[in-house]
Ligand binder design. Structure first.
Ligand SMILES: O=C(O)CCC(=O)C(=O)O
Length: 293
């Protein structure tokens, strides 16, 4: 059985098969400054040791192969509730060390989501801020998403796009939204045109096992995948354990995991070795996924 090991907060180094010792942080101070000022960062190096990434990819392919008929592969939200084995990767030190320079040593895993756009018919992700979906659920709204590429993710197959600096501009993560066509989009609302400037978009192109990081308040989205190459990314969303998770606002239909260090916010954490059918039932997704992005 998988037993995650939570490093003590004082630990300063650990070993990695990629690059020898990894420090508690894998980012340079320049990269952290870029993330803070621009709201995102491209990490164009291998995230996981190669064999570990291969294991994750195989696990993902099995989960995808079992996707119930009619379910959209872009909407595989919180797959780790159904498949706790995924936490072996989500809580991997190589990944946590990307979040610690931004959020500190005490980390919670807030959520994960496979956004897998099939070749030819992959849906677009409307322009949005993650924070708009989590308003009132996490305080403060300091969530860093590690977007780990499972497939090559390029302009051609609908890679993620961000509008730099919007996490600090104007609405700072809380724009106004309007409805969009759900038959072509991963979810049904989008930031109104007058509150975004798409001409400033930056395309985030990644190879498998590379990642980007983005702030919950940045405006981002992606185009449809009409290419002949699938595009899948796994979002891993981390917060400092200082953040308060509002269980009532989640209606008992969500849970967070202590990823590293200790709790600082008085939160209750899930047990990473078991599945939570009761939580899935509350989400109405015992046999299916629901996109609560
Ligand atoms: O995968 C995409 O295209 C969009 C990702 C996204 O919206 C997110 O990570 O919050």
């Amino acid at each position: 059985m998988f037993m995650p090991v939570f490093p003590k907060p004082t630990l300063s180094t650990t070993m990695s098969a990629i690059s020898g010792p990894i420090r508690t942080g894998r980012l340079t101070s320049g990269q952290v400054r870029h993330y803070e000022s621009e709201g995102y960062l491209v990490f164009d190096q291998p995230v996981l040791p190669e064999a570990r990434f291969d294991g994750l990819k195989s696990c993902f392919e099995e989960i995808l192969a079992d996707l119930p008929a009619g379910e959209r592969p872009e909407a595989m939200d919180v797959p780790h509730f159904m498949h706790p084995k995924l936490l072996e990767w989500a809580l991997d030190e190589s990944i946590l060390c990307l979040a610690t320079p931004i959020l500190g040593e005490d980390l919670a895993l807030f959520s994960t989501h496979f956004i897998c756009k099939p070749k030819g018919s992959g849906r677009r992700v409307p322009w949005h801020e993650d924070s708009a979906y989590w308003k009132g659920k996490i305080t403060p709204m300091e969530v860093c998403t590690v977007w780990l590429a499972i497939d090559p993710s390029t302009k051609v197959n609908g890679c993620m796009m961000v509008i730099p600096r919007t996490h600090r501009e104007a609405r700072q993560g809380f724009s106004d939204y309007e409805n969009v066509d759900l038959s072509t989009s991963v979810f049904g609302s989008e930031i109104v045109q007058r509150q975004r400037d798409d001409s400033r978009r930056v395309y985030i192109e990644l190879q498998p096992n590379q990642c980007s990081l983005h702030d919950a308040r940045i405006q981002h989205g992606s185009e449809p995948n009409t290419s002949d190459l699938r595009r899948c990314g796994w979002t891993l969303r981390f917060c400092s354990t200082r953040a308060r998770f509002n269980d009532e606002a989640f209606g008992g239909a969500h849970q967070v995991y202590l990823a590293r260090g200790r709790d600082l916010g008085g939160n209750v954490y899930a047990e990473p070795t078991r599945a939570y059918p009761e939580v899935l039932a509350r989400r109405g997704m015992l046999n299916s996924y629901r996109n609560s992005h």
